[in-house]
Design a protein around this ligand. Structure first.
Ligand code: SDX
Length: 392
């Protein structure tokens, strides 16, 4: 009578999955995409190369990469009616809510993208999304800033084009800043995949019903929005700003984070898998110093962040629970130095995670995985009879 069910042995466990894309070792702080270490990829590859690697499994030759980029540019045009959908959102709508809606709306303008029974259809849907998603992300920022939508420039590189679509001022020549392009490229690589995290699992489970690529990715965007997941990068900066406004009193916030009765958490700290340093956080922390120096930006919240990290790494509560800075702890400091508004930080995370989501969705579909149906342990009431309302 415990209400517990034992799963019949033959039940297809669809709660977890096999994958050949990303390897994580949380104890050792190891992260590899298709066998290549994140440290090497962040140092030597560019984002489009890493996207190709994640999606198709191998580093591309120059010809393969050029064709991939050409095919993406060929299918990056977004229907004019999408602007009317975008314009209909309230000015202060959160960009993640807009991006999730627009990504799903892409299906209406490309219904063929749902049926991916052939490799060609699947490839077309993939390069179409790799082309259109950055346009939607950039237009969301331009709407926030009441700037006309910019279509970008097909002669530019993939990440160069993202910066132009986001930052070009109307009626002005856009001057490419290599520091902005290179640091954004590295950040996108570091966010590109992370095995079965919340948003990726969402993409896989939505895709497992054969709902189509755009709808699956739209679900991933919604899951990433949450402050416990990708939304943490926005929450970190808001926390650091609050500490700065509070006179930089990190000790008070550390005490709040440890207080069981206080819902406050040290945002950007802790991880379900990493019980050691998040290797991405280590790279991003180093990059934050370099990028701010290169751009000549002095941001007091960087020192507050480093102070918090020092205190937490010596604090018994954090050490006992193996809470270390994660990918979101320093990334917002770089985004801010690049001129990206706080509300757009999680959109930047989504831009980086897009190829990982696509790779995981493609793997799940090519392996013909069954529809996701995680089981439960029932802990509710046992069978009982109905009672008429006048007898309750
Ligand atoms: C991402 O999964 C992925 O790979 C995600 C991601 C990716 O690339 O896709 O890496 C991206 O989402 C990074 C995480 C971003 N989120 C945050 O920074 C939000 C703050 N962190 C936490 O909310 C938390 O650490 C999670 C959500 C990240 C992990 O939560 P878990 O694994 O469910 O851990 P838990 O909530 O059970 O915490 C264990 C203990 C608890 O204390 P006790 O009940 O044991 O006393 O640690 C405490 C928690 O209260 N704790 C924290 C804390 N995180 C955990 N206490 C203070 N501050 C924190 N940040």
């Amino acid at each position: 009578d415990s209400g517990l069910i034992t799963l019949d042995p033959g039940y297809k466990n669809t709660g977890s999955c096999e994958s050949a894309i990303t390897y994580l070792d949380g104890e050792q702080g190891i992260l590899r995409y298709r066998g290549y270490s994140i440290e090497e990829l962040a140092e030597k590859a560019d984002f489009l190369e890493v996207a190709y690697l994640l999606i198709f499994g191998e580093l591309p030759t120059k010809q393969e990469l050029d064709k991939f980029h050409y095919d993406i540019k060929e299918r990056s045009e977004v229907d004019e009616d999408m602007k009317r959908i975008l314009d209909s959102f309230p000015r202060n709508a959160h960009p993640m809510g807009i991006l999730s809606s627009l990504t799903s709306a892409l299906t209406a303008f490309d219904p063929k993208s749902v049926n991916v029974n052939s490799r060609e259809d699947m490839y077309n849907a993939i390069v179409g999304l790799m082309g259109k998603f950055p346009v939607l992300a950039a237009w969301t920022l331009r709407k926030m800033r009441s700037k006309p939508y910019d279509y970008g420039d097909s002669s530019l590189g993939y990440v160069e084009n993202i910066t132009k679509m986001m930052f070009k001022k109307p009626n002005e020549e856009y001057k490419m800043n290599p520091v902005i392009v290179n640091s954004l490229d590295k950040l996108l690589i570091l966010h590109a995949d992370h095995e079965q995290n919340c948003s990726t699992s969402t993409v896989r489970i939505v895709g497992s019903s054969h709902a189509g690529l755009f709808a699956s990715i739209s679900g991933g965007v919604s899951a990433l929005w949450g402050p416990l997941h990708g939304g943490a990068n926005q929450a970190v900066i808001e926390m650091l700003e609050a500490i700065k406004a509070d006179g930089g009193d990190t000790k008070r916030y550390m005490a709040k984070a440890k207080d069981k009765d206080d819902p406050f958490r040290l945002m950007g700290f802790g991880h379900r898998v990493y019980k050691n340093f998040d290797p991405r956080a280590r790279i991003i922390k180093k990059a934050a110093d370099e990028v701010l120096a290169d751009l000549g930006v002095v941001d007091p919240v960087l020192d507050i962040a480093k102070g918090l990290e020092r205190e937490a790494l010596e604090d018994e509560y954090f050490v006992q629970r193996k809470l270390y800075p994660n990918v979101d702890f320093y990334s917002g400091i770089i985004y801010r130095a690049l001129g990206i508004p706080t509300e757009m930080f999680t959109v930047m995370f989504a831009l980086g995670r897009l190829p990982g989501w696509i790779a995981q969705w493609r793997e799940m579909r090519l392996r013909k995985e069954p529809i996701g149906r995680p089981r439960q342990i029932y802990v509710g009431e046992n069978a009982r009879s109905f009672v008429d309302i006048d007898k309750r």
